[in-house]
Design a protein around this ligand. Structure first.
Ligand code: SF4
Ligand code: SF4
Length: 285
């Protein structure tokens, strides 16, 4: 058993037995060796379910919004991406910091359960060490810039407008509107999503490319300056739409317009599109 897993069980057992948390959210072994789905543990005698291996891919923070976990206090195992997601939810007023005990884990990256190679989302990770925590497991690692994560966007930007349009039309033609990208996303945290509106004029329920594009582009713009680059949306998309290319195009543009900003790195700095100043660069302001 690896050292992180031993420590996870020890910490979870202590927190539950002392009554400091009502539940712990981490990962457990799934049906298959290459799956480690989330674990929800309320009893200190069950902490041996917790595991830490290369397939702990799923983000933990979004579960803080699930109805059963809203009341009481939660012990949440959090890697760099999960910690940024927690800051995202705090900043959006969805969770309270005092209701979460953050057990940070310094992460070196997970493996894709199909290719068994380093998961794409982990290859592009800039903050492997949690940016916020109460307890920490493992040795902290410094943030890394990873400018190469914008390579695909830069290549796409070179193409003609028609070619770009056709590229995204082809991508969104594949979308089955399962909303997995929205459901897994810590920045997509509206209690009532525009995609669930039945009133005419919002989003058509029919499955065709134009409505799929309205959904995908509206979602991307809605979270443009709040996306923490966890890569979960692209990971869970069952038809392989390269959603991170879209997210990173917006992040790249925002960085060019408003300077270096990394969503979720702290819970204090407001996202660039969520604040204004009297000397805003736009003259109409
Ligand atoms: S996860 Fe993929 S297929 Fe499902 S709604 Fe999102 S973009 Fe469409
Ligand atoms: S849009 Fe994708 S990468 Fe950005 S926060 Fe949501 S799930 Fe993570």
């Amino acid at each position: 058993m690896n050292a992180i897993q031993i420590k996870m069980r020890e910490v979870a057992g202590q927190l539950l037995s002392l009554g400091e948390v009502d539940r712990v959210i981490g990962w457990e072994k799934g049906r298959f060796a290459h799956q480690s789905p989330p674990a929800f543990i309320t009893d200190e005698t069950k902490v041996e379910r917790l595991i830490w291996d290369e397939y702990c891919l799923t983000g933990t923070a979004k579960y803080l919004l699930d109805d059963p976990y809203r009341a009481g206090k939660t012990g949440l195992f959090a890697r760099g991406c999960d910690a940024r997601a927690i800051n995202r939810l705090i900043q959006d007023g969805q969770v309270k910091r005092e209701n979460i005990v953050i057990i940070g884990i310094c992460c070196t990256g997970m493996s894709d359960s199909v290719s068994r190679q380093m998961a794409a989302k982990c290859c592009d990770c800039t903050h492997p060490t949690p940016v916020v925590y109460d307890l920490m497991i493992g040795e902290p690692v410094k943030p890394v810039a990873k400018p190469e994560r914008f390579k695909a966007v830069a290549e796409l930007e070179q193409k003609a407008a028609q070619e770009k349009s056709e590229y995204w039309t082809r991508q969104f033609a594949k979308c089955i509107r399962c909303y997995a990208c929205r459901n897994i996303c810590p920045a997509c945290n509206c209690r009532e999503c525009f995609a669930d509106q039945y009133r005419v004029g919002w989003l058509g329920k029919q499955h065709h490319t134009a409505e799929n594009q309205v959904f995908g582009l509206t979602r991307a713009y809605h979270i443009a300056d709040r996306c923490i680059e966890c890569g979960e949306c692209a990971r869970v998309c069952p038809v392989g739409i390269p959603l991170m290319e879209l997210n990173r195009k917006l992040i790249k543009d925002i960085q060019q317009l408003f300077g270096d900003y990394h969503a979720g790195v702290d819970s204090e700095t407001a996202p660039p599109l969520g604040r204004y100043s009297l000397d805003d660069m736009e003259e109409f302001m």
